[in-house]
Design a protein around this ligand. Structure first.
Ligand code: ATP
Length: 303
């Protein structure tokens, strides 16, 4: 449903997206993650036709975005980071506005509005001005407006940024439901707990896709490099570990210290070199995986 073929996007000398290729199947929830400036928004903007690639091609629902933009627009919904809601209009007035924009007839509009308001549990708030909604409700309203023309493919740019954890969970329940009905969803997120919920995750760093797989596989691949440190003095051990060859990073994780080793580095060698520290194998979260992968990239770039 989504195909990105060797796409590069430059802004002057900056390569915001570098030689990116990606295929996403119908019904997938694909998560694009990466630090600020990694190129996620630029990728989404090219997919929805707001920006042309410098090189390469993109297609959505089998249609080339560069050649068939109008037809592509009929198939997609795009929820940008700053989606345009009208604060002084109520929930339903915002929905009226967007359905008029899409040219949806009123009977169909009313049917869909009832369905979406029910799905998002927003029916009690339909008369509330958008400006008076909580962050999570605003995002649900933006999603409903995006869904009004029944897109087959949904592009969401950090849709839950700044939203509280319960509302984020609520929002994701809606995404699951949409995907189970066959919608294809590409979502960028800074929250790695959300990335865990995706069918596949792509990690972007400085414009490049450095890994792309199912969360469980990424964790399995990186597990041999991830450890939890034990020491009489964790803080001092962290300082020593950071200067030990083969260590990519030693990062606090709550009260614990997580240590990431270069591929092929033996934990016993690091324990010996750092002194007064024991490295226990860690069942990594995606966050551990991504720290390890990004530190590896940074090492390669510095070398
Ligand atoms: N219109 C533009 N003109 C110049 N540089 C741009 C433009 N848009 C993006 N960039 C640059 O391209 C790089 C990638 O930006 P992009 O917004 O795609 O990253 P991102 O991963 O979405 O990060 P964020 O979460 O902060 O939006 C950044 O260095 C950014 O400054």
């Amino acid at each position: 449903m989504i195909r990105i073929d060797k796409v590069t996007r430059r802004f002057g000398p900056l390569e915001a997206v570098k030689d990116l290729s990606l295929d996403i199947a119908e019904g997938e929830i694909f998560g694009l993650v990466g630090p600020d400036g990694a190129g996620k928004t630029t990728t989404l903007r090219m997919l929805v036709g707001l920006m042309d690639p410098t090189q390469g091609s993109l297609s959505v629902a089998g249609l080339d975005v560069g050649k068939n933009l109008d037809a592509v627009k009929d198939q997609i919904g795009y929820m940008a980071q700053k989606f345009g809601l009208y604060g002084d209009l109520t929930v339903e007035e915002n929905m009226f506005f967007y359905s008029d924009l899409f040219g949806i007839d009123h009977a169909e509009r009313d049917r869909m509005m009832a369905e979406f308001l029910d799905m998002t549990r927003m029916t009690p708030f339909r008369q509330r001005p958008a400006a008076k909604l909580s962050g999570g409700m605003k995002q649900k309203l933006a999603l409903m407006c995006t869904l009004l023309h029944r897109p087959r493919v949904l592009f969401l740019d950090e849709p839950t940024n700044g939203v509280d954890p319960l509302s984020r969970r609520d929002f994701w329940e809606i995404l699951y439901r949409l995907a189970s009905e066959g919608m294809t969803i590409l979502v960028s997120t800074a929250y790695l707990d959300e990335a865990e919920r995706c069918s596949r995750v792509g990690l972007m760093h400085k414009g490049r896709l450095i890994r792309c797989d199912k969360p469980a596989i990424l964790k399995q691949q990186l597990a041999p490099q991830c450890f939890r440190a034990e020491s009489a003095d964790l803080r001092a051990a962290r300082g020593r570990l950071q200067n030990t060859p083969g260590v990519l990073g030693a990062e606090p994780a709550g009260a614990a210290l997580h240590v990431y080793l270069e591929a092929g580095t033996a934990a016993a060698d690091v324990e010996r070199a750092a002194g007064d520290v024991r490295l226990n194998p860690l069942d990594p979260a995606l966050e551990d995986v991504f720290i390890a992968l990004i530190r590896t990239e940074e090492r390669h770039a510095a070398a």
